[in-house]
Design a protein around this ligand. Structure first.
Ligand code: PEP
Ligand code: MN
Length: 446
């Protein structure tokens, strides 16, 4: 088994894509040195537990729900925001669990999702060119030279923001908030004005009756009172990820201890690149995005390199074709990977292949396209007799207006009302819940 982690210098020598250009190498080195002394945010044993659950999902015995912001920001790492994000994911999970009768593996894009790949290194506005915003881990969103300068101190800020977010998530998920008796509470302020809220309320009432019955017969398992919730992010910045890699004292194997699961983005999955090289050494469950240009041979090469022992649950392929391409593009990939006996979990990222810009300048997606991509994903897997293991969404617990369509019939003009994302558009709370009900229907039919 490969265990010796390459040094940062060795990784950079491979020509790492999508890294910031810092102007003060000594400050970068100081931040990395400091990060190496920080306590882990997650334990290796928790990562292994998630790996086992991903393996179960790849066999159809569970379903993965991965969701959260495209990009977290430091100012939004507040108690209210974290609670709202967690709440909408718990609501989606309970809908999927109840309607489809499968355990849902809950994975947040949170507590570390602060670095973004960009199509261009620079951004020009009104004749002024500055470094592109690469996420709060690198620079500020504000379009000024000071804010856009990549600042290595931000790597430490990522650690602290992630630690406080994860601490709050752990408190919420084990300290009573995630108790199934709270299904109604999660829906408060929301029921009155939305049909999907009422749909949810009816389901919550059924769950309540079932819980009362279970308790009356003396069954009151721990699972009614707490949930397992895992953190994930795209491991993009080599400095941060490398500094947050530790050898597990029990097994002496290296883990990325900044998140339970980390993934390789569509722009950094080069077979001989630094990211794949880093990822093949860590023992976490990992994801790799596959877009419409990915060939079956590339997928097989990635699997051979990232999971040479074919360990179940280790590798998730997160496909992001777009609604218009998935039915044509996905079958060949799944067919060939399956024929070679490669063990992967297939997750559908229903967002990133469906992004476009409106005439009034907003980056958006159509709710209908997102749904259609998930439907295509289920159709392909059903036709091939393979297993759809989960979905990935970009969403938020707030009533933002970033994605058009859905039950509220948000249109292009409506986007201006409350568009808050600094990178990609997210499903709002109503759209997230609508999606959960619709995906539960699809899941029930598989
Ligand atoms: C993302 O998940 O936010 C992202 C950038 O995705 P991709 O790498 O698939 O473009
Ligand atoms: Mn995104």
């Amino acid at each position: 088994m490969v265990t010796e982690i390459p040094t940062l210098e060795q990784l950079h020598a491979l020509g790492a894509a999508q890294q910031p250009t810092y102007d003060d190498p000594a400050a970068v080195a100081a931040a990395v040195t400091r990060l190496r002394t920080m306590p882990p945010l997650v334990f290796a044993g928790e990562c292994d537990e998630l790996k086992a659950k991903v393996a179960a999902a790849s066999r159809g015995e569970a379903f993965i729900l991965q969701g959260g912001d495209c990009a977290e920001t430091f100012v939004d790492a507040t108690a209210d925001n974290v609670r709202n994000k967690l709440r909408v994911l718990l609501q989606m999970a309970v809908v999927l669990t109840y309607a489809a009768s499968v355990p849902v593996v809950k994975v947040g894009r949170l507590a570390g999702q602060y670095a973004k790949p960009r199509s261009s290194d620079k951004e020009t506005r009104d004749g002024v060119t500055l470094p592109a915003y690469r996420g709060d881990a690198v620079n500020g969103f504000e379009f000024t030279p000071e804010s856009r300068r990549p600042d290595p101190q931000r790597l430490l800020d990522v650690y602290h923001a992630s630690a406080s977010t994860l601490n709050l998530v752990r408190a919420f998920t084990t300290g009573g908030y995630a108790d199934l008796r709270q299904v109604h509470t999660w829906n408060s302020e929301f029921v009155r004005n939305s049909p999907v809220g009422q749909h949810y309320e009816a389901m919550a009432a059924e769950i309540d009756r079932a819980l009362t019955f279970m308790q009356a017969i003396g069954a009151n398992p721990d699972e009614f009172h707490r949930v397992d919730f895992y953190s994930s992010h795209e491991a993009l910045l080599l400095e941060y990820e490398h500094a947050m890699t530790r050898t597990d004292s029990r097994t002496e194997l290296p883990y990325n201890v900044s998140a339970h699961m980390v993934w390789i983005g569509e722009r950094t999955r080069q077979l001989d690149g630094a990211h794949v090289e880093y990822f093949r050494h860590i023992r976490n469950p990992i994801g790799c995005k596959l877009g419409p240009t990915a060939t079956a041979d590339e997928a097989l090469d990635l699997a051979a390199k990232l999971n040479p022992t074919n360990e179940p649950g280790r590798l998730t392929f997160i496909t992001r074709f777009g609604a218009g391409k998935i039915r044509e593009g996905l079958p060949h990939l799944v067919e060939k990977v399956t024929a070679e006996g490669v063990d992967v979990a297939w997750v559908c990222d229903a967002m990133h292949g469906n992004t476009f810009e409106t005439s009034n300048g907003y980056k958006t997606r159509r709710f209908e396209d997102v749904l259609d991509e998930v439907q295509g994903f289920f159709d392909v897997h059903r036709a091939l007799g393979t297993t759809p293991a989960g979905i990935l969404v970009e969403n938020t617990g707030d009533d933002v207006t970033e994605i058009i369509g859905g039950g509220e019939e948000l249109d292009e003009l409506g986007l201006a009302h409350r568009y808050e994302s600094v990178v990609d558009p997210r499903l709002n709370r109503v759209q997230s819940l609508e999606m959960a009900f619709l995906v539960a229907e699809m899941l029930r039919r598989t």
